[in-house]
Design a protein around this ligand. Sequence first.
Ligand SMILES: Cc1cc2nc3c(=O)[nH]c(=O)nc-3n(C[C@H](O)[C@H](O)[C@H](O)COP(=O)(O)OP(=O)(O)OC[C@H]3O[C@@H](n4cnc5c(N)ncnc54)[C@H](O)[C@@H]3O)c2cc1C
Ligand SMILES: NC(=O)c1ccc[n+]([C@@H]2O[C@H](COP(=O)([O-])OP(=O)(O)OC[C@H]3O[C@@H](n4cnc5c(N)ncnc54)[C@H](OP(=O)(O)O)[C@@H]3O)[C@@H](O)[C@H]2O)c1
Length: 552
Amino acid sequence: MTSRNFLVVLSLVPLLSTFAHQQPFHSEWLDQPDEYEFKWPIHKVAIIGAGVNGLIAYREFTGAGFEQLRVFERDDVPGGNWHYTEQTPLDAPIPNADASVGDFVPSLPPAEASFPYQENYSEWEPRWREHRGPKPVWESLESNAPAPIQQITEIPWPTGTPWHLPHRTLARYLRAFASFHGANSNDANPDIAYNTRVELVEKRYDEAGQEHGWTVTVKRLERTGPYSSTAIWWTEDFDAVVVATGRYNAPNIPQISGLKEWAEKFPGSVIHSRQYRRPEPFANETVLVVGGATSAVEITREINSKALKVYQSVRAPNPYLPYEAARLQLKRLPANVSVVPEIRHFHSSNSSIEFANGTVILGVTRVIFGTGFRYSFPFLPQFNNLSDSSSPHPIVTNGTHLRSLHEDFLYIEEPTIGLLNMNWGMQSFTYAEYLSLALAKVWSRKAVLPGQATLWRKYEQRVAERGGYGRHLHFLGADRTSAMIRFFVGWLNDAAVKFGGRQIDGQSKDLPEISAAWSRARYAEIVVQANASTLGNDERVASFDWIHGEDW
Ligand SMILES: Cc1cc2nc3c(=O)[nH]c(=O)nc-3n(C[C@H](O)[C@H](O)[C@H](O)COP(=O)(O)OP(=O)(O)OC[C@H]3O[C@@H](n4cnc5c(N)ncnc54)[C@H](O)[C@@H]3O)c2cc1C
Ligand SMILES: NC(=O)c1ccc[n+]([C@@H]2O[C@H](COP(=O)([O-])OP(=O)(O)OC[C@H]3O[C@@H](n4cnc5c(N)ncnc54)[C@H](OP(=O)(O)O)[C@@H]3O)[C@@H](O)[C@H]2O)c1
């Protein structure tokens, strides 16, 4: 059977199923007597972001009986990352801005101002661009996970949907999901505030001086004319906050000697992948693309036919990641691309670039950093800190990873802050469903969280097991994703037996087969060509076993 036929056959198999009747499950710590006691009851919940994770959270929380729900979205439509626009993000700072403001610098009214506070401007486009943060998707981008895997279980793709999903299809799908739950920008739903960016989340104290939830300061930007706008700030109080802002907002441009001078000497020659939209501007240019993962490789594949020459700078693999996770994308590089090591120095004086092995190249006219993103929550300044010993414990440090989180989704020190989609190497559409349900249950007292001592102990154990702090800390991959989903299914189904609620199902049994077929189609031809004489069939498939998510 050809790989094409194989894909078609597999697209007809049943998808992830939603409900099942499973036996209650008891994990090691569920039987422990310690239970976390929330300091205040949770009635009002804020969700920051209306991407797929924020929308799924909205659905779960709507069904969980909270008194008030609010979703704040800085953009004017739902869909998050998948809202493609020609408008591009601003130039990334070189060198990187501090991770605490890597995404944006919070915009707050003067200290003496009272809320609501308003300012009027005689410009629109530059302010809107900064406020909404254009997303890092380019014109030709398609999903790098097959449709049966990249879906919300409630609305499976219709039978026959091609496995490659253009970004516009995904955007429509997410808008449809939002509409289904009355959360689209044209639904006039008072729960949802579009064009509204969260600038600050700070601890709230009641009249008796006791901690009682969070005060959220937001800013809405409204267009008032072709070249005018108004900003309005106000605050709202909540008992718990869901951070669903995604992990691809703050660009990462590594600190490289001579880069700042190069960017200043050749204005416009250095961009981050989030600004890339199409290949034409790179026609007849000599391009250095930095990075060895999806953005870097996919952009190289696209510009390669137009550019004069493309170099790809790839650094040594991270030893704490599975080798395939760090290297798989490189199998998609066109043969005429020259792979070079990590950059040592940009010499703007003679327009040369020197690499870690001493190689020097001349004539590079454009540099594209496909070097990923950093975790950044500018609205949580009190949890941005470089030191573990600081109080409160930090969430964001240098942007490569997050700290102090239970299973990467719940802030241990104040478990009324939940974070969605902070892992990678998993499928963010499907994983969101488990995390959102867990938050909704824990906060509505329909599931029990262990005490903080247990949470810290498990956290430290997990950090040690995953090789310490760094980008690898939040990598799941297939085995860990499956284990985590089993954990959530067990925990939440057990809680449903005790406290009521629906039983949920785990991963589709078809997932490994779908993944293997997709991976063969996407990568194996290249691998098999390269290794035909050395690998048996089983080995070729086995080498893709770690894959489940969008990070192929
Ligand atoms: C170039 C690229 C390609 C990708 N391709 C794939 C793929 O093929 N398959 C796949 O599964 N995944 C892919 N991903 C991962 C992608 O992030 C997820 O698919 C998904 O969009 C994550 O959803 P999310 O809701 O967590 O975050 P997002 O989709 O990023 O949504 C977050 C939302 O929060 C809003 N927001 C941020 N800050 C604030 C604030 N302060 N106040 C209010 N609102 C705020 C943003 O405007 C945004 O709407 C890709 C990512 C990138 C960068
Ligand atoms: N659907 C699509 O076609 C598509 C396209 C683009 C992106 N995406 C998704 O978007 C997300 C982000 O992907 P991304 O590729 O932008 O970011 P990423 O996955 O974080 O990859 C960043 C890459 O840059 C490398 N890097 C960092 N610093 C470097 C340096 N100094 N020199 C050389 N290399 C350096 C990293 O190497 P290390 O591994 O050593 O850190 C890594 O290879 C992923 O989920 C991805 O799947 C999807």
